[in-house]
Design a protein around this ligand. Structure first.
Ligand SMILES: NC(=O)c1ccc[n+]([C@@H]2O[C@H](COP(=O)([O-])OP(=O)(O)OC[C@H]3O[C@@H](n4cnc5c(N)ncnc54)[C@H](OP(=O)(O)O)[C@@H]3O)[C@@H](O)[C@H]2O)c1
Length: 265
């Protein structure tokens, strides 16, 4: 698949994995619509990429603000006249035990990670289906495949994404619209600093698991071939984290014992 002159809408494009996605698509000649809340960071990404108004459109949005998202999707569709690829990447994580977590915090994780992506996808799908060609990419997580301590709301939101986008994939086969779900392990970005604690305030630290992890550019480099081949599910993590995926499937009891003794922050 070539991205030359394709129109790619990326959420969470102001930092981390989304910014690295933007770099990769732009290098291949795509036009970008960059979205997140912080306009100054989106402008920085645009300027770092060397883009201009002819090939990069900045569209601020808050994934938690459901009511505003249909209008944002309309604006995105109008930016370059069509959308070929939607990257549902914007998201927040969590660092708190369930019993210490307010339900509003769980709801916020669901709003940003699940409902935000669901609404944007619903809004752009009819136009993409009409084109009979398109690609929906979703950044899930290994937390979308199994749960650990401190991630109850986050893992729930990512598991929900798998349910939703697995179904959408089945419904889109006849329209030549691919759905790729990416499941990264720890990647060195701002994700843990921005993670929500029980009362909804930010965790504010880089967790140990993330300090030694690969960075977002390395992650995108590792998966880029599989993204372009429109693989349906992509895992990218260190070997022991990938092993957890297989244990979840074939020896879940053993995985639970290992996770019980593992440091997961
Ligand atoms: N890093 C990891 O270890 C890891 C592992 C597995 C999965 N992931 C997933 O990867 C995705 C990207 O995370 P990252 O690691 O790149 O972390 P990051 O550097 O913190 O980036 C998160 C992005 O999401 C945006 N965002 C957060 N809340 C938003 C909201 N309410 N509305 C709109 N945009 C919002 C942020 O932009 P603004 O602040 O400008 O809004 C930022 O661009 C997330 O879905 C995350 O769950 C990350």
């Amino acid at each position: 698949m070539s991205y030359k002159n394709k129109n790619v809408w990326i959420t969470g494009a102001s930092s981390g994995i989304g910014e690295s996605f933007a770099r990769a698509f732009f290098k291949e000649g795509a036009n970008l619509i960059l979205s997140s809340r912080r306009i100054e960071e989106l402008e920085r990404v645009k300027s770092d990429l060397g883009g201009d108004d002819s090939n990069i459109y900045i569209l601020t949005l808050d994934l938690a603000d459901s009511a505003t998202l249909p209008a944002k999707a309309k604006e995105a569709l109008g930016a370059f006249g069509a959308i070929d690829v939607l990257v549902n990447n914007g998201g927040i994580s969590q660092r708190s035990l369930f019993e210490e977590t307010e339900m509003d915090t769980i709801r916020r994780l669901m709003e940003v990670n699940f409902f935000g992506s669901a609404i944007l996808t619903k809004q752009v799908l009819p136009a993409i289906m009409e084109q009979k060609e398109g690609h929906i990419i979703v950044t899930s997580s290994l937390a979308g495949k199994f749960g650990t301590k401190f991630r109850s709301g986050y893992a729930a939101s990512k598991h929900a994404m798998h349910g939703l986008f697995d179904c959408i994939r089945q419904e889109m086969y006849d329209y030549n619209v691919a759905v790729t779900i990416i499941c990264p392990g720890p990647i060195k970005t701002s994700i843990t600093e921005n993670a929500l604690t029980g009362d909804g305030t930010s965790f504010g630290e880089i967790g140990d698991l993330h300090k030694s992890a690969m960075d977002a550019d390395e992650m995108i480099q590792k998966i880029w071939g599989r993204v372009k081949s429109r693989n349906e599910e992509i895992y990218v993590a260190r070997p022991k984290e990938l092993l957890a995926l297989y244990l979840k499937r074939w020896a879940p009891g053993l995985l639970n014992l290992i996770l019980k003794r593992s440091k997961v922050v």
